[in-house]
Write a protein that binds this ligand. Structure first.
Ligand code: NAD
Ligand code: UFG
Length: 332
């Protein structure tokens, strides 16, 4: 199957291109490289033995999308392209609304013209805001607390409206919990620019000696050790979730992709230290505005309907990040 992967040079997209290729599909990537590097194409080829087709450009460029759909018989789209930094979205909301929402509308318009009505969309657990309880089910009420989260919520609503208007579409919304980890080749992983906002990339940079110590944002949460609890999911499991979603596209669906288990900040630090035999110095600081105690999925619906469940454990997440990080130092 020819699958258009928007944002396919990015963190989750590149791992998904590997999994698509491994089972004989052809990923066709569009990416403007705003948050990724061109060498990812070579790395996907190195891992899979097959070079993915790559169009450098913006999803907003409808003439490029027209060309891609004309040149290739696209049967489905996995739509990763978008901006994802919560803090930046508060500072530059219009940039987020234009890039995330505007581009999704352009993409769906071109898909309609070419009668390609199969789409998987990267949503996020952020749409649950502060959930009333954990684990989180897909039918929980949605609340967004920042412009990034609102783009995900609004795109979900736009895709629902599209389905209501034409139920020949097949639309799957995947709500990711906290993706971490890297491919076990050590070739692809998360490569944050500047000072990372998210926990695992920060731990990686402290372990590499690029940052002096991890700031733990709060130890007075209502959790087993007082630090925030999240559902960390290995990016390779997440990528495989997209394959299952592709194989089961049928009408309008929404799934949580998480492990169902929560780990605290300190649990993750200790697991990283133990698995990689390296110290990660940390200091307890005040809470980060907007953070919540606990967020983890009920992933049962994905198991029941897609036959998918996360297989890789937190030790494998930590060791794969460190392997990738060391490749990354060797490259410098
Ligand atoms: P990423 O930044 O690594 O990948 C996104 C890719 O899209 C990048 O390669 C970037 O260059 C590209 N891109 C952005 N805007 C584009 C545009 N207009 N046209 C073409 N390419 C464009 O991010 P990721 O972590 O791989 O996330 C992928 C998707 O999953 C995003 O939509 C993100 O919001 C969502 N998501 C990510 C997380 C997470 O923690 N990583 C959690 C939940 C949801
Ligand atoms: N944390 C620290 N220090 C840091 C970074 C994070 O203590 O330097 C803590 C946070 O307070 C939180 C936990 O580590 O308790 C996880 O924080 P992340 O920033 O890694 O992840 P979040 O759960 O806050 O949010 C991420 C993405 C969101 C997405 C959400 C669910 O940033 O966009 O996962 O998918 F919506």
């Amino acid at each position: 199957m020819n699958v258009l992967v928007t944002g396919g040079m990015g963190y989750i997209g590149s791992h998904t291109c590997v999994e698509l290729t491994n089972i004989g599909h052809n990923p066709i990537i569009i990416d403007n490289l705003s948050n990724s590097k061109p060498e990812v194409q070579d790395k996907i080829e190195k891992i899979t033995g097959k070079r993915p087709v790559f169009y450098e450009g913006d999803v907003a460029d409808k003439s490029l999308l027209n060309k891609i759909f004309t040149d290739n018989k696209i049967e489905a789209v996995i739509h990763f392209a978008g901006y994802k930094a919560v803090g930046e979205s508060v500072e530059k909301p219009l940039m987020y609304y234009r890039n995330n929402i505007g581009n999704t509308v352009a993409l769906c318009e071109v898909m309609t013209e070419f009668n390609c009505k199969n789409i998987i969309f990267s949503s996020s657990a952020t749409v649950y805001g502060a959930p009333k309880s954990v684990p989180i089910n897909e039918d929980f009420e949605l609340h967004c607390t920042n412009p990034y989260g609102r783009t995900k919520y609004m795109i979900e609503e736009i895709l629902r409206d599209l389905y209501i208007s034409d139920n020949t579409w097949n639309i799957t919304l995947l709500r990711y919990f906290n993706p971490i980890g890297a491919h076990d080749s050590g070739l692809i992983g998360e490569d944050p620019q500047g000072i990372p906002n998210n926990l695992m990339p920060y731990i990686m940079k402290v372990a590499l000696g690029e940052l002096p110590c991890l700031n733990v944002f709060g130890n007075d949460y209502n959790t087993h050790d007082g630090t925030g609890v999240r559902d960390y999911i290995h990016v390779v499991d997440l990528a495989k979730g997209h394959i299952k979603a592709l194989e089961n596209l049928n009408g309008m669906s929404v799934y949580n992709l998480g492990t169902g288990t929560g780990y605290s900040v300190l649990d993750l630090v200790k697991a990283f230290e133990k698995e990689n035999n390296i110290k990660v110095p940390y200091e307890i600081k005040g809470r980060r505005p907007g953070d919540i105690d606990s967020c983890f999925a009920n992933p049962d619906k994905a198991l029941k309907e897609l036959g998918w469940k996360a297989e890789l454990n937190v030790e494998q997440m930590c060791s794969s990040v460190w392997k990738y990080a060391q490749n990354y130092i060797n490259k410098k």
